[in-house]
Design a protein around this ligand. Structure first.
Ligand SMILES: *[C@@H]1O[C@H](CO)[C@@H](O)[C@H](O)[C@H]1NC(C)=O
Ligand SMILES: *[C@@H]1O[C@H](CO)[C@@H](O)[C@H](O)[C@H]1NC(C)=O
Ligand SMILES: *[C@@H]1O[C@H](CO)[C@@H](O)[C@H](O)[C@H]1NC(C)=O
Ligand SMILES: *[C@@H]1O[C@H](CO)[C@@H](O)[C@H](O)[C@H]1NC(C)=O
Ligand SMILES: *[C@@H]1O[C@H](CO)[C@@H](O)[C@H](O)[C@H]1NC(C)=O
Ligand SMILES: *[C@@H]1O[C@H](CO)[C@@H](O)[C@H](O)[C@H]1NC(C)=O
Ligand SMILES: *[C@@H]1O[C@H](CO)[C@@H](O)[C@H](O)[C@H]1NC(C)=O
Ligand SMILES: CC(=O)N[C@H]1CO[C@H](CO)[C@@H](O)[C@@H]1O
Length: 429
């Protein structure tokens, strides 16, 4: 926030936190000023001031430079799937994932309280959040414009299609977000319904929402690890209560194949608290892997996923996406301290990196079928303002992992849709 105030004074027209990339201007404006004052003959006191000023400017410049460099690092992650997609060369040279957050008063794109498919736990405004600044941020790619969200266009584009999300609760949020985004374009709200009449719950394995007037469904399969959870083999140590079979994909995976758009995620459950602390250990074939580290196990599971996809996906029909890790913003993870800010943060503190996201890139690059990696880790790392916090359905448990709806998951969907539909609209500036 100190850095943010500094920028404010140098950029008169730019409210604090207007755009992450304005730091470049701070760099240009800040430094020459200090140099010009250094040569004036002044009192010792003034010289001391200059030294302190230079030091501060240097730190600001250094820090801003650091921030400025970060987003461009994501350009290194130019993935196979993008080049092999329907995008032209010129369009694929625009990396929609490299950009900045800009204020846009036309956001948010829907009201979660009025969307029957936004679960109560994610409806922060409905649960009493008062500040609304967090709803107003749009993602702006550096070298092109994202098409403005066009519900009618997407509804028509999905006619006759089957869209399937697979993963954990972060996948469910994105599923809810996409449905709510599209419902804003549907006249007869009753024509949109869950196919089994089910309510959204945290444990439910399958949810499918049909847009009857447009003849398509958007489905969610809960598969938090993507691989199969199994029973404990005989003669296992006592602490072993359940197994993750790293070499077998989830037994509901056959339900995912016959789809047009398939979006995966996993990551949030690959932590000691959800694995070893609950007595869940890894297994490959018949052999227990008690000593295997979580990153190694994650990578093994992804390899299993990749082989499955290569064997089962008809790439003439199905477009495959893998969304990378969603950063959380706990102030203190061990004490579960969650401090949701009112503005995005500049201090991403390494949250733009994730071993899980890196593993997704490595595996996707090596696959024989095109997979588009939706690398949302870096962009989401700035959004310390966008978590559920205490505005969930259970305010006694703060939550700096899940995201408010409307909010950041809408932007993940806008990016997904830009890969599916944008052609000419994705202009190069
Ligand atoms: C590339 O873009 C041009 C014009 O937008 C279009 O006519 C052409 O079909 C595109 N090529 C491919 C391979 O998508
Ligand atoms: C959202 O909808 C609810 C119910 O109709 C309404 O009470 C609330 O004011 C709306 N919120 C916004 C931000 O428009
Ligand atoms: C609905 O979509 C399916 C393909 O998913 C297609 O076979 C069917 O003919 C469509 N029905 C109508 C009424 O358009
Ligand atoms: C995909 O389409 C191509 C060309 O239409 C065809 O040659 C190929 O056999 C198809 N692949 C599958 C798996 O259906
Ligand atoms: C987080 O909480 C633990 C346990 O109370 C404490 O030891 C640690 O210093 C805290 N870390 C930070 C960064 O506040
Ligand atoms: C929460 O953030 C505010 C400002 O953003 C700060 O003043 C406060 O100390 C923070 N609280 C904790 C527990 O980190
Ligand atoms: C890439 O795939 C090939 C063939 O399947 C395999 O031999 C190689 O080890 C893989 N490389 C990585 C980095 O996974
Ligand atoms: C089918 C197709 O276009 N495959 C290409 C995918 O991208 C790699 C590298 O970018 C090319 O080597 C393939 O020919």
């Amino acid at each position: 926030m100190v850095i943010c105030n500094r920028s404010l004074s140098l950029n008169r027209n730019s409210p604090c936190g207007r755009s992450i990339s304005f730091n470049k201007r701070v760099l240009n404006i800040g430094s020459p000023r200090v140099i010009s004052t250094r040569f004036s003959s002044v009192s010792r006191f003034f010289r001391l001031l200059v030294v302190i000023g230079s030091l501060i400017s240097f730190l600001v410049a250094f820090f801003c430079g650091y921030l400025y460099v970060l987003p461009s690092l994501s350009q290194a992650f130019h993935v196979h799937g993008i080049a092999n997609s329907t995008f032209n060369d010129s369009i694929s040279s625009c990396n929609v994932l490299d950009g900045s957050w800009v204020l846009d008063n036309s956001y948010p794109l829907y009201n979660a309280t009025e969307c029957p498919f936004a679960e109560r736990g994610f409806d922060c405004l409905g649960n009493g959040r008062r500040d609304t600044g967090y709803l107003k941020w749009r993602w702006k790619p550096k070298n092109c414009n994202m098409p403005a969200f066009d519900a009618q266009g997407v509804l028509e584009g999905l006619r006759g299609k089957r869209v399937v999300f697979v993963g954990d609760s972060m996948s469910r949020t994105q599923w809810e977000s996409l449905i709510c985004l599209l419902m804003s374009g549907v006249q007869d709200k009753k024509s949109v319904y869950e196919v089994n009449g089910n309510q959204i719950t945290k444990q439910i394995r399958y949810l499918g929402v049909r847009f009857a007037s447009f003849n398509f469904t958007i489905e969610f399969f809960r598969s938090v690890f993507l691989v199969q959870q199994g029973l404990v083999p005989r003669h296992s140590p006592k602490r072993v209560k359940s197994m993750l079979n790293l070499d077998k994909l989830d037994d509901i995976s056959k339900e995912w194949i016959d789809s047009d758009v398939l979006i995966f995620n996993t990551g949030q459950w690959w932590v000691p608290g959800k694995l070893f602390s609950t007595g869940c250990y890894f297994q490959i074939g018949n052999s227990l892997k008690l000593g295997m580290s979580i990153p190694t196990a994650f990578r093994t599971a992804l390899d299993t996923w990749a082989s499955w996809a290569e064997e089962n996906i008809d790439t003439n029909r199905t477009r495959v996406f893998f969304r990378t890790f969603e950063p959380s913003h706990w102030s203190n993870l061990t004490r579960r301290v969650c401090n949701v800010t009112q503005q995005p943060t500049f201090e991403t503190k390494g949250r733009e990196y994730s071993v899980f996201s890196d593993a997704v890139f490595e595996v996707a690059k090596n696959m024989t079928i095109p997979v588009t990696v939706l690398h949302i880790t870096s962009m989401s790392a700035f959004r310390s303002d966008a978590h559920v916090g205490r505005w969930s359905d259970n305010p006694s448990i703060p939550d700096c992992s899940h995201w408010c709806l409307p909010g950041v998951p809408d932007v993940w969907n806008e990016i997904l849709l830009s890969f599916l539909f944008a052609g000419d609209e994705l202009h190069i500036q």
